[in-house]
Design a binder for this molecule. Sequence first.
Ligand code: CIZ
Length: 322
Amino acid sequence: MNIKNFIKISRKIFLVERVKNLLDLKIEIQKMKQERNAVILAHNYQLAEVQEVADYVGDSFYLSKIAANIENDVIVFCGVRFMAETAKILSPQKVVLLPEKDAGCPLAEMITADALRELKGEYPGVPVVCYVNSSAEVKAESDVCCTSSNALKVVASLPNHRVIFVPDGNLGNYIARQIPEKELILWQGHCVTHAKVKPEDVRMVRAQYPEAKFLIHPECHPAVVDLGDFVGSTSEIIRYAEHSDAKVFVIGTEIGVVCHLRTCLPNKQFFLLHSGLVCPNMKKTRLQSVYDALRHNQHEINVEESIARRAKSTLDRMLAAE
Ligand code: CIZ
């Protein structure tokens, strides 16, 4: 056998083995799930192999509502730490597992509770809206939480003229521009993945796909957001693509959404706006991590009681605003 054929056959064997492994893992995960009365929640940014075994796939708002209402004993949260923390705060009696313990969110880490307390000291009496991408401690220091799908509604519903918005400066800016009657005090944090997109990228890709609709996430820089045909959260982007008559879309958010759309809407075409739109933290969770989480009860998320109690009020106000 020549070397080329050898490589070809080895690659085939490797792929067959990998598919077999994935199938075996999927079967084992289903068994473990039943045994432990567990539910698997996966964020829209998770790998396809993880989304495929999940009972619910969506954005943090949708998944928070599920976590608050389901009856299972165990929640396996395939996402990043703040999401699993949110699930634990809303469902303290359940075991909440984060399959990859180092799956964090750099945006959430851009503000601490101490820094927020200091900011509140500069603006006494001004309410704080925190984006869901924040730690439990920051939520505990805030008045109401929001996600990208309800941020406008939450901020607009407050009677105050001034509102502190943390930690995403780009999302805050997007909201502020829609409600000029309010003054938003913005923390200048940002999502390091969405921040990679520059306006030149949008112009370049538009020239490549002039017929495409550009669907952009509000975590992108305002100059990028301004060039979109539609701006929305991951779920809103998915909904827009489902209902639009257009056939070609360029997606300005994490690649997981593109994978999801390509699977769900095979008759439409989806392109990623920028090759850097891959969240390394969201991609840490693999099928093997989900299996290990169920098998070895890892990694259990707990939130200190006094923080959880205050953070829950912040989250409950968001859920009640719906
Ligand atoms: O709300 C979420 O889950 C995030 C982080 C983004 C989105 O738009 O879904």
